[in-house]
Design a protein around this ligand. Structure first.
Ligand code: F6R
Length: 614
């Protein structure tokens, strides 16, 4: 989704902005641009990637060099096609105000009509451009209004979501930023400030950051900054320390971020459990929810809300919490929950799951549940994200920055958090102390088992080569592995553009079986658990229709090799832990199929890493 960077200080702004935009590329974008103040406003923007923008900047014969204040943007089209004219920054008619915007201005059409009546001409099809003309208009119309006042006034008129960064040659020593629904973070340097839509571009310059909250606006000068609400009330903001290293947002020798992140999973599993799974004491310690544990145990019902891969983790969470904590659980797409008339209130608990912590629908669902009096628990990866801040309590996944657009390590971290939560809630309900100790041991053994699966990478690459030209894939699983089937199918379709569907294996004969012929690869997740025999029958059904079977099976299972075309083994584990192992070969299969088809796996078409619009 769109990315924002801004800089005010003493250094050359343009290279710094370009480097910042490179760090934001993973969010997904179709065009990019910068504006710097160099006496006058200089704008370079175009369709295409940041490297091409860099060349265009270099070709400007130095007109941007020397500038020490500027803004940069990567755009992901919502209103208006990806093109040079729709790229940000947008500028006022006289070219003296430049603005970048993330989000959607919902009343843009009415504002455009109104501004047109006042003689404004629009250079783009975007909703964002109305904002720059509106600021200009108000600044000119209202006596004694300054830059800050004009921006504030404009923000009271627009409806919708925004993260904005504005500069003007009329007041060339300042940068104004504001947010409502679209994240912004300010990096604090020495005589300089950085702004970005997430912390990735800031880490190489400073660890000290301030997160803006919704409805806040900041004015940045070289020697200080102030934060007020849009209603002009001064805010005291806490400075937070970033908790990741630069190396974590670089590829570290891997060809793609996605592959690096798949390989990081054993380490991430350790990190999520560190200090939380206390084997010697036979307990789970979750600091972020410790004060609410009893309230959670007493919940009438738990509703899990999320989107995409996080929703798949939520489905596994349902199985885990119902099995171990014996609390009824419902799992909802956040976008569906918020737009129906959901029944939720005091006594209910909502768990929201989000890697980015910024997903618009998930955020809206949590706000609705909070408003109705439910306790809201967050499972987020990005520290300080909006969802992490707005929930009543929560558990961080500690997976480190996830740059690849297809979520991998964040998913496994989410499932581990859900497993720890289910076990922490289980007290006195379903498990004896001895059973809990066995479960903790299973968790503890997990990273080594995940490591062993990665050794199959080459075998998986060879299987990928056989099926990379398939047009459709079917993924089947039962119980804990049904959500894994959904997740395997999602991974494949989003990065390879092959149509793929996930189903509970038993559902196959209620419809999808009609699709099976010799052209159809079917991935069957078939570990040795209580449904194993049933899944073998499902494989027989596929085979008898000449479908090609790729089975994910437990180590030592010889029987399945008689039925399947290919078998990928995972180590033996308790059924509730299996999704954390069976998902890994599916991530690798999707990765290799996509790369062998020549797809850009880190930046799949049409996809954004952080979906901050509805
Ligand atoms: C798929 C993927 C998406 C996200 C979804 C929710 O690989 O990454 O489906 O899971 O957009 O994002 P978060 O977890 O950031 O709320």
């Amino acid at each position: 989704m769109c990315g924002i960077v801004g800089y005010i200080g003493l250094r050359e702004a343009a290279p710094l902005l370009l480097q910042g935009l490179k760090r934001l590329e993973y969010r997904g974008y179709d065009s990019a641009g910068i504006a710097v103040l160099n006496g006058e406003m200089r704008v370079v923007k175009q369709k295409g990637n940041v490297a091409a923008l860099g060349e265009a900047v270099a070709a400007c014969n130095g007109s941007v060099s020397g500038a020490t204040l500027g803004i940069g943007h990567t755009r992901w089209a919502t209103h208006g096609d990806p093109s040079d004219r729709n790229a940000h920054p947008h500028v006022s008619g006289e070219g003296d105000i430049a603005l970048i915007h993330n989000g959607i201005i919902e009343n843009h059409a009415a504002l455009r009509t109104e501004l047109t009546k006042h003689g404004y001409r629009f250079a783009s099809d975007t909703d964002s451009e109305v904002l720059v003309h509106l600021i200009d208009h108000l600044w000119k119309q209202i006596p004694f209004l300054d830059f800050e006042g004009a921006v504030r006034q404009a923000l009271t008129i627009v409806d919708g979501a925004y993260g904005i960064c504005v500069i003007s040659s009329r007041e060339p020593e300042k940068m104004i930023v504001a947010r409502k629904g679209s994240p912004l973070v300010i990096g604090i340097g020495d005589g300089e400030y950085f702004v970005a839509s997430d912390a990735a571009p800031l880490i190489e310059y400073t660890r000290r950051v301030v997160y803006l909250s919704d409805g806040e606006m900041a004015v940045l000068l070289r020697d200080g900054f102030s934060v007020k609400t849009i209603d002009n009330i001064t805010q005291e903001k806490a400075v937070t320390e970033l908790d990741f290293e630069l190396g974590e947002i670089e590829k570290g020798g891997f060809e793609h971020f996605m592959l690096k992140e798949i390989y990081e999973q054993p380490m991430v599993m350790h990190d999520v459990m560190r200090g939380r799974v206390r084997l010697e004491e036979g307990l789970i310690q979750l600091g972020g929810i410790a004060d609410r544990l009893e309230q959670l145990r007493e919940a009438k019902r738990i509703v899990i809300c999320a989107c995409g891969t996080s929703w798949h983790a939520g489905l596994i969470g349902e199985y885990l919490i119902e099995e171990f904590a014996r609390i009824p659980v419902e799992v909802d797409y956040a976008s569906e929950f918020r737009y129906r008339s959901p029944i939720i209130g005091p006594g209910d608990v909502m768990i929201v799951i989000s890697q980015s912590g910024e997903t618009a629908d998930t955020l809206a669902a949590l706000r609705l549940a909070k408003e109705r009096g439910a306790l809201v628990v967050g499972i987020c990866n990005v520290v300080g994200s909006t969802i992490a801040r707005e929930t009543d309590c929560g558990i961080y996944t500690h997976a480190g920055p996830e740059i690849g657009v297809a979520s991998t390590k964040a998913f496994t971290a989410q499932v581990i958090v859900l497993a720890m939560l289910a076990l922490a809630l289980s007290k006195d309900k379903s498990m004896s102390e001895a059973e809990l100790t066995v479960a903790l041991q299973c968790l503890n053994d997990l990273p080594d088992k995940a490591d062993r699966i990665l050794e199959s990478n080459e075998a998986i690459r060879d299987i990928a080569a056989l099926y990379k030209d398939a047009s459709n894939f079917l993924y089947l699983g039962r119980g804990y592995n049904f959500p894994v089937a959904l997740e395997g199918a999602l991974k494949l379709k989003e990065i390879s553009y092959i149509h793929a569907e996930g189903y509970p294996a038993a559902e196959m004969k209620h419809g999808p079986i009609a699709l099976i012929d010799e052209e159809m690869p079917v991935v069957v997740i078939a570990p040795k658990d209580n449904t194993y025999r049933k899944v073998l029958s499902n494989i027989e059904e596929v085979r008898s229709r000449k479908g090609r079977v790729i089975a994910i099976a437990t180590e030592g299972d010889e029987e399945i090799a008689q039925l399947a075309d290919h078998v990928l083994h995972v180590p033996h584990a308790a059924p509730f832990m299996m999704p954390l192992l069976t998902v890994i070969p599916l991530q690798l299969l999707a990765y290799h199929i996509a790369t062998q088809r020549g797809c850009d796996v880190d930046r799949p078409r049409n996809l954004a890493k952080s979906v901050t619009v509805e």
